[in-house]
Design a protein around this ligand. Sequence first.
Ligand SMILES: *[C@@H]1O[C@H](CO)[C@@H](O)[C@H](O)[C@H]1NC(C)=O
Ligand SMILES: *[C@@H]1O[C@H](CO)[C@@H](O)[C@H](O)[C@H]1NC(C)=O
Ligand SMILES: *[C@@H]1O[C@H](CO)[C@@H](O)[C@H](O)[C@H]1NC(C)=O
Ligand SMILES: *[C@@H]1O[C@H](CO)[C@@H](O)[C@H](O)[C@H]1NC(C)=O
Ligand SMILES: *[C@@H]1O[C@H](CO)[C@@H](O)[C@H](O)[C@H]1NC(C)=O
Ligand SMILES: *[C@@H]1O[C@H](CO)[C@@H](O)[C@H](O)[C@H]1NC(C)=O
Length: 932
Amino acid sequence: MGLPIFFISAIILNLAHRGDMQGLLGLEPQEDLETRDLVLDQRVTGILGEEVYLRCLYTGQSNILFSSWNRLDSTKKARKMAGYKFSTNFFNRENFDIPASITNLTVKVNVTSFDQEGEYTCVFDSEEDETKDTTYLSVIARPDVDITLKEEVVNGTIYHAVTCSASGAKPEAVIRWEISGALPRDDIFSVNKINPVHPNGTTSSISVLRFPLIMNNESTVTCVVEHPAFTEPKRANVEVDTFVSPDINMETSLVQEGGEDFQEVICTATGGRPHPNITWILPEFKNMPPSERNVSRTDSVISSYWFPSDPYEGENIICVFNYTFLPFINSRTITLPIYYLSSLQLKDLDYGINIENQTSLVLVEGDTDIKIRMEVVGNVPSFKMKCSRQGQPLPEDVDVVGSDLFIRGPVELHLVGQYLCQASYRRHQASLHFTIKVNPKVLLPVTFPPNISVNSVENSGSVHIECLASNAVPAANVSWILPQEIKSTIQSEDTHLNGSFSVRSVLTVPSCMNRRYVVECVVDHPDFMEKERRQIALPVCAPPNITMQSGVEWDNDITYAWLVCSVQSQTPATNITWTVERHGIDTSSSECAMTQSAFQEDHVNVAQSRVRIPIHSHAGCTVTCVVELQGLEKPENKSIVLPSLRPSASRAFLGEERYTEIWHAVCEYSGDGVKPNISWVLPDEDAVTQATTEVKYNGIKVEVNSTHAFQLSQYEGKDLICLIQNKLGRDERRKIRVPKYSISSIEVLNKTTLDRRSHGQNEHRLALQENLSNQKIHLRAHGNAPSYKTICYREDGSAADTTGMALVFTEPVSELDAGLYICHVSYHHHTAKVFIRVDVTSEETQHMIFITICSTSAAAITLILIIILAVLCKSGRSQSSQKKKDRRERESLAALMQDPHCPDKTVIPGTAGSHYAELVHYSIVFDAKSTV
Ligand SMILES: *[C@@H]1O[C@H](CO)[C@@H](O)[C@H](O)[C@H]1NC(C)=O
Ligand SMILES: *[C@@H]1O[C@H](CO)[C@@H](O)[C@H](O)[C@H]1NC(C)=O
Ligand SMILES: *[C@@H]1O[C@H](CO)[C@@H](O)[C@H](O)[C@H]1NC(C)=O
Ligand SMILES: *[C@@H]1O[C@H](CO)[C@@H](O)[C@H](O)[C@H]1NC(C)=O
Ligand SMILES: *[C@@H]1O[C@H](CO)[C@@H](O)[C@H](O)[C@H]1NC(C)=O
Ligand SMILES: *[C@@H]1O[C@H](CO)[C@@H](O)[C@H](O)[C@H]1NC(C)=O
């Protein structure tokens, strides 16, 4: 890649050479044309003691024969420092290394002396021309940076002097200061600078930063040196001490040594840096000088003086905290306490009387253990007490105890006299004069009336009433006035205290009474003109809480009402009785079972009585529970009304089970109080009754249901009797008649001809059309049964199809269907049959038959019409009304027999009770239809 770049630059240089591209390249136009083939640095700086490169490159086309770096010396003679003769022979001298090549004179030079500064010419010689240019080499020296700290005392104050030096620099280094990142403040910090220039051309910059220790509170001082030899400013730090003011304190306390009291004064300076000196300013020394005791600890300076208590009272003591070379000064002052003992006084004047400033104590002869208490007024830390009587030591049984005078006694006349007591603390003294007199003991009979108090407390079913006659002399007499009926106990107790008597009498009575009672405590005492009385009303019992619960129960076919009467009361229930409509119940009878119970629950008496009353005999009656209670004036009661009996109802009816052909005779009873037995009376007396009975109870109501199943044939046209009997002998009978049925004949509704056959049977003959399907032969039964069953079969015994009461040919009819059919119509065991001869005709035969029938029929009709006309003329009106009646009867029967839906269990109308008769009175009429 070097080659093309070189090539392009060569072309550009070539163009430039011709001046065409001078502006384009931005080259200095005044520059010497000879130097164009040269590349070199115009100015180079070398640092003393280090290496520097002088760069020079020939870029021209000429064939260089010689090249060298030359230096002009003072005699203007050029010294060749390093270079090439032809491309192989090189040379160098002094601090010059060997240049890279003949055309690249770039060379490393050791900078060892300022003398190397100056102009160096780079020269390239070819056969035709010489190309050269000059580089100026400047030599600089890197400064040595140093920082030192010194403490100085100026005008009696400690200063810090920080010296920062940048020595042996060329050119001169610049020094500045930084305190916590900023320039130092002029009012605290001062800077002195000197810049001595050395003969060898270097300069040493020295800057001294000065500041008083006490003013500075930053611990780090930074010196910043700037010089061309440093790529960035060089920083040097030094740590300096800072001033911390101490916590100072002064205190005094009382101490004892060798039985002597001293005031100890302590001055303390804690946490200061540096520690201050403690100087004492003391009062003028008395005959007993204070002693100094110093204690030192690392974090504090402690100094103390012990002053003998007496001579230095009230003196001022000063502690000065200061430093030799710091302007800080502080002081504390303490005044030693002044003690005084202003007086000695009697503390309580139990025995004392003060007459004209003369204190007298009057004691009673025979008294013992008397304490005469005295009080010192003053601030002395302690004192000594001394007493004497009339200048003599105290009598034997009188002692000083603390600040008191103690007389053991018993007091006698020898204690009488003038007493002097003195309290003292060092030079402080106080004294007290008093006189003791002794009075003879006076014994007087004394009486005190009692204090009377009455108090009552309730406790587990009882009330305790306390009547107290206390603090009486002599003892009072306590008694009670009580009503006779009251159950009670009395407890009395006497106590004797401080010469007086107390009598306590406690009356215990039940917690409540059935009516208002008042009891009375009577206290008698000689001091009373009359007996003292205190009335106390006893609590009256609350009415009992009576609750009644009731229910119904069946027992042995009889309903009973059970009643529970519960009584909650303060006193136990004595009796619970029951009445019905104000008449007592005979609870001993087996019907009225009665049970009683009683117990106690949470101080409440609970009693219960349960009674059972048959409802049938007491229906609608009011039953009352009567409660008699201990402490209740009249019985309490609670009533309940027993339910009344509704009239009973019963009915009997028949029902038919369609598919099983079983008939049911049902007898239903519903009534209150008593459950009856239902039985059946049947026509055949020895038959076993197959009756099922269902019983449903609902409170006092009972429903009994008896069903007797039978076959119609058993009792057809007979009476069934249902017998309802109850315990109380009230019987009822219900009769049901089982209807009688018959089937008289069967009619074929299709057109038929009737054949009378030899065996006495009539045969109905009819024709079915060949190949036609769904042909029916309709039958009608004449009888009184509600429904019929129809079965048909052929002569050979094979079954034929029937639908309802019709013989049915569902398939297209063929010759094979012709023949005799026998149809049975039945209702239970009643049956009737009909013979039907079926012919099968083709269309033609039918026409033939039709014509035949028509002609014969026409003849017959004509004959009949003639007869009818004759008859009508004779019979007239009477006959027409008869016919009308007949028709009506027929219609009603038809209505009866036409019921299309038959429920599984048919209730046969008219069989229930009295309605039954209507059915049996229907006259059954049927037309004896003649076949056409
Ligand atoms: C330059 O100095 C280095 C070490 O100081 C020395 O080894 C080397 O020879 C010197 N070169 C010349 C040309 O004086
Ligand atoms: C000239 O020589 C110096 C030192 O050996 C070298 O660094 C530089 O690359 C050379 N320049 C050319 C153009 O060859
Ligand atoms: C020292 O005190 C003298 C006289 O009071 C004063 O002139 C001088 O400036 C003070 N020097 C310093 C460093 O404060
Ligand atoms: C220049 O002189 C100073 C002071 O004498 C000295 O500290 C420094 O090292 C010298 N520097 C050189 C490069 O000689
Ligand atoms: C305390 O005082 C003594 C004597 O005056 C002195 O030597 C010492 O430096 C002082 N200490 C301080 C912290 O000022
Ligand atoms: C501290 O203050 C006291 C009283 O002003 C003085 O006597 C003492 O010399 C001071 N001490 C120092 C160390 O400055």
